[in-house]
Design a protein around this ligand. Structure first.
Ligand SMILES: Nc1ncnc2c1ncn2[C@@H]1O[C@H](COP(=O)(O)OP(=O)(O)OP(=O)(O)O)[C@@H](O)[C@H]1O
Ligand SMILES: [Mg+2]
Length: 222
């Protein structure tokens, strides 16, 4: 299977001189749901921003085969319109679709995240988990096939957290999407195909999520 995301030997430092990523490499196949773990400051958000084209590395190679959608930790940072339907439609403005086609895209994308019934709901009247699903619907409407999630469940309670991760697992399976999901919450590893452990800007372990889960739990108790 071909790689949707390939990162080879990345190096990234801030202008202040602090080095964040060094010799960072990973590969994610099309259709995989992968998670990225690592201590605070290990470089997870920086790596995601490089993958999304928001930052540029000083050296190394990044190859992205698809269009990228980004879901942030705090949905209030990315939902910009007053209602659910308007927010998803807003992302389509640049595509200049005919009205009926845009309306169809919005409905279909909201249905994909089980929010069809909330199309007219004001954003302020949504729960945190529903807001995250609106952000995902926006990416689906724009036909993004690579989704990057930066701690999307950090502000959610356990039930909404598990609802969201299961929803993304299903979307990846049903629509052949590729997803990279940053988290600190080990329970979420139960829903992904593969996981990466980042330490001081480098992938130091990768593979079976259950093995990584055990390893990280045992490290935490040392
Ligand atoms: N705009 C910035 N300017 C300078 N340094 C920064 C900036 N943003 C982040 N850093 C530094 O880069 C390093 C990596 O940050 P990053 O946000 O990628 O970590 P992270 O793994 O996502 O951590 P967390 O788990 O806390 O979200 C940290 O040392 C951080 O202080
Ligand atoms: Mg981060």
């Amino acid at each position: 299977m071909s790689a949707a995301i390939a990162v080879d030997d990345l190096l990234f430092s801030w202008p202040s001189g602090s080095q964040v990523l060094s010799r960072c490499s990973l590969e994610i196949a099309q259709g995989e749901f992968c998670m990225l773990l690592g201590a605070n400051g290990s470089g997870k958000s920086t790596l995601l921003r490089i993958l999304a084209g928001l930052l540029q590395s000083q050296s190394g190679r990044v190859s992205i085969d698809g269009s990228v959608g980004f879901v942030f930790q705090n949905p209030d940072h990315q939902l910009v319109m007053p209602t659910v339907g308007a927010d998803v439609a807003f992302g389509l403005v640049a595509e200049k679709l005919p009205f009926l086609q845009a309306r169809e895209r919005v409905s279909e994308s909201l249905a994909a995240v089980n929010l069809a019934h909330l199309q007219r709901r004001p954003i302020y009247a949504l729960s945190g988990g529903q807001k995250q699903r609106v952000a995902i619907a926006g990416a689906i409407a724009r036909r993004c096939n690579i989704l990057l999630f930066d701690e999307p469940t950090a502000l959610l309670d356990l039930e909404s957290q598990l609802d969201l991760v299961k929803q993304v697992q299903q979307l990846v399976q049903n629509r052949g999407l590729t997803a990279l999901w940053v988290t600190h919450r080990l329970i979420e590893l139960d829903y992904c195909d593969r996981a990466f452990l980042l330490d001081q800007g480098r992938v130091i372990d990768q593979g079976d999520p259950q093995r990584l889960k055990q390893q990280i739990s045992s490290l935490a108790y040392q």
